[in-house]
Design a protein around this ligand. Structure first.
Ligand code: T5A
Length: 213
């Protein structure tokens, strides 16, 4: 899927798992090793997709049905892949994405109630067989993750206001995806100290991609 040294890495997991923190660390490590790195996030990553982000994350839970959320996510994702991710991979960059398609499969599919096969069909329709080379599943007990989110003292988005069983469902769904796609996914213990988490991520990249960092 990617050309030359290009790699597409996604970070997935529950709220407060440390995805953004670890993407920054890994981006620095890769740049230091001489790679071009493009960091992006979902929903978002282009001005239009950021506008979709405001629409879909704002307001209260229930503003959109899960199917409507799925369509909004894929509208934003389609433009992000077409205008940012594919061009970056084609010129040999590493792309680090803060969430990608597994988020829709988990949040709108397994936990949100849309048939997961329908989510996969939409993925094929919009993107075809386009998937990350490695997906880090940042695993943490949802209560610990939400404690980190609350400690940050930012306004909560509509996904951060859901009932606790929703977060249990998302955690279990991520672990099931990791089990069913062990070549693409790597589960990381995200409850550890941030430095240890970073070391585990770098080790997976070294082991799976055989590159020196
Ligand atoms: N969504 C998204 C869908 O429903 N469908 C989709 O298709 C997509 C793409 C996005 C929401 O949208 C939903 C899922 C999400 O609910 P968001 O605000 O981007 O909303 O939410 P998150 O992606 O979950 O981002 P968070 O910022 O909440 O979590 P992160 O990025 O995992 O965590 P991070 O790195 O910001 O860290 C959180 C706090 O913990 C600290 C950090 O300093 C920070 O304060 N921290 C640690 N503390 C202790 N130990 C560690 N190891 C730590 N690592 C970080």
């Amino acid at each position: 899927m990617t050309k030359g040294g290009a790699k597409f890495i996604s970070f997935e997991g529950g709220e407060g798992a440390g995805k953004t923190t670890q993407i920054k660390f890994l981006g620095e490590i890769l740049r230091h090793a001489g790679h071009e790195v493009v960091i992006t996030r979902e929903p978002g990553g282009t001005p239009d997709a950021e506008a979709v982000r405001d629409l879909v994350l704002g307001g209260e839970p229930g503003r959109w049905s899960a199917k409507e959320e799925m369509l909004l996510m894929y509208t934003a994702r389609s433009q992000l892949v077409r205008t940012i991710i594919r061009p970056a991979l084609e010129r040999g960059a590493w792309v680090l994405s803060d969430r990608f398609a597994d988020s829709t499969l988990v949040y709108q599919g397994y936990a949100g109630g849309v048939d997961p096969d329908e989510v996969r069909k939409l993925h094929d329709l919009v993107l075809g067989p386009f998937n990350p080379d490695i997906t880090f599943i940042m695993d943490i007990d949802p209560n610990s993750g939400m404690q980190r989110v609350h400690a940050r003292a930012e306004a909560l988005n509509q996904f951060e206001k859901r009932k606790s069983n929703f977060y249990e469902m998302t955690r279990n769904a991520y672990l099931d995806i990791a089990k069913s796609e062990p070549n693409r996914c790597a589960v990381i213990n995200a409850a550890q100290d941030a430095t240890k988490v970073s070391m585990d991520i770098v080790q997976v990249i070294k082991d799976r991609l055989g590159i020196a960092l």
